[in-house]
Write a protein that binds this ligand. Structure first.
Ligand code: AP5
Ligand code: MG
Length: 221
């Protein structure tokens, strides 16, 4: 199955991507994570991406599309993939349709389904202000919902927790503006293709995973 997750920052795309990809046995491809890894390594891609990410803006389409094109030609995507955070603009969606068509695999010519995680702005702000990531194992935690997080320490591996630069309040507001302007139009784009399935992405994480898998199943996945 070729699946795309769409939703505002903080909708839980990264959280759900891990569980959904495991259930579907496909690789999870998160453009935000790939950019963050490049920033951490200080690669030329990371240096270019960082100036956009830290201010809550999108990395230019050309850079992002080339990066995804490279990733989708790796052999582990032959039986499908889950994209988290891509596409994020209509030109990216158009490019993805073309990329998938050009892959020419047994899976057919297009994406199978686009799952929209629906969450309102107040919930997004609440989630992102409390999000912490572990330097050690990379697990995402929430200071309010994932106790016990003692002294900024990861409960899984004991690593140090940090807050993402782009989770500062002003940057979150900018990310929400960018989402409404550039990414929300994808709902209509995929709706018109008959590929969009929306689910309520509030409530316990496990319940949302069940909702997502049910929605994909009833869609035919
Ligand atoms: P990216 O990392 O993709 O950021 P984002 O879409 O803004 O999404 P987040 O990762 O902040 O949120 P999420 O939906 O994954 O939620 P999460 O599971 O973490 O991108 C970062 C940047 O990279 C972009 O701003 C841009 O600059 C660049 N970029 C990436 N892709 C790009 C592209 N295609 N084009 C151009 N630029 C691109 O959950 C959030 C929090 O909520 C966590 O604390 C979590 O624990 C908590 N939580 C999750 N589920 C629940 C729940 N059910 N109840 C309560 N809390 C929950
Ligand atoms: Mg994410």
């Amino acid at each position: 199955m070729r699946l795309v997750l769409v939703g505002p920052p903080g909708a839980g795309k990264g959280t759900q991507a891990e569980f959904i990809a495991a259930q579907l046995a496909v690789p999870k491809i998160s453009t935000g994570e790939i950019f963050r890894e490049n920033v951490a390594n200080g690669s030329p891609l990371g240096v270019r991406a960082r100036q956009y990410m830290d201010s809550g803006h999108l990395v230019p389409d050309e850079i992002t599309i080339n990066m995804v094109r490279d990733r989708l030609t790796e052999p582990d995507t032959a039986d499908g993939f889950l994209l988290d955070g891509f596409p994020r603009t209509v030109p990216q969606a158009v490019a993805l349709d073309k990329l998938v068509a050009d892959l020419g695999s047994d899976l057919g010519a297009g994406l199978d389904v686009v799952l929209e995680l629906v969450v309102d702005d107040d919930e997004v702000i609440r989630r992102l202000s409390g999000r912490r990531t572990c330097h050690g194992c990379g697990k995402i935690w929430h200071v309010d919902f994932d106790p016990p997080l003692r002294d900024g320490v990861c409960d899984r591996c004991g690593g140090e927790l940090f807050q993402r630069e782009d989770d500062l309040a002003e940057t979150v507001a900018e990310r929400l503006r960018v989402y409404a302007r550039d990414t929300a139009p994808l709902v209509d784009y995929y709706g018109a293709q008959g590929k969009l399935v929306g689910i309520d992405a509030t409530g316990p994480v496990e319940d949302i995973t069940v909702r997502a898998i049910d929605a994909l199943r009833s869609y035919g996945g």
